[in-house]
Design a binder for this molecule. Structure first.
Ligand code: 13P
Ligand code: SF4
Length: 350
């Protein structure tokens, strides 16, 4: 566990991290990407960290891969690549720099390590987990195989390397339905997200989909009643849900897609008002690029994603910690499942 007090003391000795309006003014080009959601005095607190992180990235030959749920100061201030889980996995295979700093949760860092094993992969907080990844182990996969003999296991990338290694193929929220549809078997085991599996089952009625009972603590909180009540008061708001939400929530929404699918939808449709039924940073990160859209309604915070902060990223680059290690034998098997997913989803996209 990180000792935040010691970390802050060391960082303060090594860098000038005092809030600075003058520096914030100098970095206006970066601030303009988050002007609607980060007031300039707040940006003045972030600016010294952004300056040092960007300098250290060059000095240490590192790149930052950041998930769409990172806060705007990370997403716009220091990330080299942003995206959903599938995009980040594909980008990880292309990294040439020696170090990847994964700004996201632990399974994403493991996926980068699995796909590009010669790189050093750092995560700024080892405690950045995921309720889905924690819901199943390799024994759970064996249990499902014993219950449904012959059915292939499609595991969400939100799983540990050990679970990926025990699976036939992975999927993400952006390709799950296509992957399930493309497999030759009639019965498919999907783990560990019961709601993603149920949403896929509705899209691919020709398959019998069975699932593990995991769920995302962020998306399971939404109810169809929330959506219908909101719609009754705001009939013109476009409601857009992540497929980790329960099926009745997805059915009550206008569109459902991966985090990048949601961004593309809003960019394309430019609704006057949009409610993103997902993690809070999503709306914040696209608010400035889409000034014509008002983002309204409730959102939920992912406590794991929010463990990643600018000061922990700076610490990670300063110390070269915390390195994500995956047992090579497990990584080799997990790579087969992830690469099968990437190959199949690229073939389907053609
Ligand atoms: P995406 O693949 O849509 O980015 O989803 C990852 C995730 O953890 C959403 O909760
Ligand atoms: Fe996991 Fe849900 Fe957080 Fe995504 S939002 S990382 S699925 S807990």
């Amino acid at each position: 566990m990180l000792d935040l007090t010691a970390m802050r003391a060391t960082l303060a000795e090594s860098y000038d991290l005092a809030p600075s309006m003058a520096l914030a003014e100098d970095m206006r080009d970066i601030h303009q990407t988050m002007d609607r959601v980060v007031p300039l005095p707040d940006f003045a607190r972030y600016a010294p960290y952004i300056r040092e992180i960007n300098r250290l990235k060059r000095e240490k030959n590192a790149v930052i891969l950041a998930h769409n749920y990172m806060t705007p100061e990370i997403y716009h201030g220091v990330a080299d690549v942003v995206g959903d889980s599938l995009q980040l996995a594909i980008e990880a295979t292309k990294v040439e720099a020696q170090t990847i700093v994964q700004c996201g949760v632990h399974f994403m860092a493991e996926t980068s390590k699995i796909l590009n094993p010669s790189k050093t992969v750092l995560i700024p907080d080892m405690q950045a987990g995921c309720s889905l990844a924690e819901s199943i182990t390799a024994e759970g996969i064996a249990e499902m195989r014993a219950k449904y003999p012959g059915a292939p296991v499609v595991s969400y990338v939100n799983t540990t390397a050990e679970v990926k290694a025990a699976s036939d193929i992975c999927c993400t929220s952006s390709n799950a339905a296509q992957i399930v549809a493309a497999l030759p078997e009639d019965m498919i085991i999907m783990t560990p997200d019961q709601y993603l599996a149920q949403n896929v089952a509705a899209q691919v009625p020709q398959k019998k989909v069975v699932w593990w009972a995991g769920s995302c603590i962020v998306h399971e909180q939404y109810t169809a009643k929330d959506i219908n009540d909101f719609r009754a008061l705001h009939p013109d708001t476009r409601i857009i849900a992540h497929p980790e939400c329960p099926p009745d929530v997805v059915n009550a929404s206008d569109f459902s897609g991966s985090t990048s699918g949601i961004i593309s939808y809003v960019e394309r449709e430019k609704p006057k008002e949009a409610m993103l039924v997902t993690e809070c940073s999503m709306a914040s990160n696209i608010a400035d690029a889409l000034p014509e859209v008002d983002f309204v309604g409730p959102c939920n915070m992912c406590p794991y994603m929010k463990k990643i902060t600018l000061e922990k990223i700076l610490w990670s680059l300063h110390t070269g910690t915390a390195e994500v290690i995956v047992d090579p034998a497990i990584a080799e098997k997990a790579r087969v499942a992830v690469e099968r997913m990437i190959e199949l989803s690229q073939a389907i996209a053609k």
